[in-house]
Design a binder for this molecule. Structure first.
Ligand code: F0G
Length: 355
């Protein structure tokens, strides 16, 4: 049986040669494209989810980290650094461990999910909680990499984008052509840049006949691209996309405009409702930020803006176990407490209303 070899080996023909010299992989990519019946019904289209939580460290970041760390390893780098809202740090720490490198991560103090923090620690990263938000962390990481012998592995590193574009390739390979619309959350805007690059290159190479409209969604309290100016104090429960000054802002606008797409915002309430819809109606458990695309799709459907019967793919970017606290509250925000029973069938049947 064919064993998936990771995105560099699988897509070497579509990657720059310098990424293939010394491959550091954990078997990333090859993630499922899951038909979402309940979501398709809700929006009146054919919706599939690209479930990126199935990557080795539980988010899409692994696609770009295999390429960034491989390139760094080929150049003989000994240390890497990143700023992160959590997932990038988890991924960088894991791939640096695999490559035998030191990894430093700068995260906003108190604003990163426990699952992600535990990953960075487990993989041996030098973890620094910075008194500031993600944008402050990124400025500091960039400066550090300019003046010290450490390589920056944030998505401003073009090697990251090369790896992440393979998600578009997988979607086209699975569907036989590009979808009509591709939907995803937007934070620092690396991923929207990467998806557009992937769709564009596959169309240029004649693998697909067309390119999708790209629909990006930011959290309302952290929506600089929608507002048209940086947000000094971004706030959202979706901590992964709590970003006020995205590094790839211009590339995100290009993806939107060249694709005939849109970038809009969704409220935290809409994000949590979509998060709940995905877990309880579709069977896919994601972290809150990952539900922003689905929240946006539901919002546009409500407004009659989703073309009937369209083929739509939605990237759900990270696993629900990264940040499980949101599942342990109901729609009213109350804590969910398991029902306690004694270990006999009668009381269990009773508790389950089986009469
Ligand atoms: N979804 C999740 C789960 C993320 O972790 C991120 C970004 C995004 C969406 C947005 O992607 O930044 O390419 O637009 N997380 C980064 C991090 C910022 O540090 O882990 P983007």
């Amino acid at each position: 049986a064919h064993q998936w070899r990771g995105v560099i080996a699988e897509y070497a023909d579509h990657l720059p040669e310098h990424l293939t010299r010394r491959v550091v992989t954990l078997g990333e990519g090859g993630t499922p494209l899951v038909p979402a019946a309940a979501l398709s019904d809700a929006v009146g289209a054919d919706v599939r989810l690209k479930v990126e939580g199935m990557n080795p460290t539980g988010s899409f970041k692994d696609r770009g980290m295999t390429t960034a760390i491989s390139a760094a390893a080929a150049r003989g780098a000994k240390a890497v650094v990143c700023a992160s809202t959590g997932n990038t740090s988890a991924s960088a720490a894991a791939y640096a461990a695999a490559a035998g490198m030191t990894c430093a991560v700068l995260v906003p103090d108190g604003k990163i999910a426990m699952g992600k923090l535990s990953q960075a620690v487990a993989h041996g990263a030098r973890l620094l909680q910075v008194d500031g938000n993600f944008d402050d962390c990124l400025v500091a990481a960039r400066k550090l990499a300019e003046v010290h012998p450490v390589e920056l592995v944030n998505s401003v590193n073009p090697d990251r984008i090369e790896g992440q574009k393979t998600a578009s390739f997988e979607i086209v390979d699975a569907l036989g052509d590009a979808p009509d619309v591709h939907v995803l959350p937007v934070g620092n805007a690396g991923n929207i840049t990467a998806y557009w690059k992937g769709y564009d290159e596959y169309a240029a190479a004649g693998v697909s006949t067309r390119r999708p409209a790209i629909w990006g969604f930011q959290a309302a309290g952290a929506a600089p691209i929608v507002a048209g100016h940086p947000v000094t104090h971004p706030e959202t429960i979706a901590t992964a996309i709590r970003i006020g000054n995205p590094a790839s802002w211009q590339q995100a606008l290009a993806a939107r405009d060249e694709s005939g797409g849109l970038i809009e915002s969704v409220t935290d309430e809409e994000i949590l409702a979509a998060h709940r819809f995905l877990s309880s109606r579709v069977g896919v458990f994601v972290e809150p930020a990952s539900a922003a695309g689905v929240a946006g799709l539901l919002r546009l459907a409500e407004a009659g803006r989703v073309p009937a019967g369209a083929r739509i793919t939605v990237t759900v970017t990270g696993h629900g176990l990264k940040d499980p606290q949101w599942a342990l509250r109901n729609a009213d925000g109350e804590e969910v407490v398991p029902v306690r029973v004694s270990a006999d069938v009668v009381s269990i049947a009773d508790a389950l209303d089986l009469g």
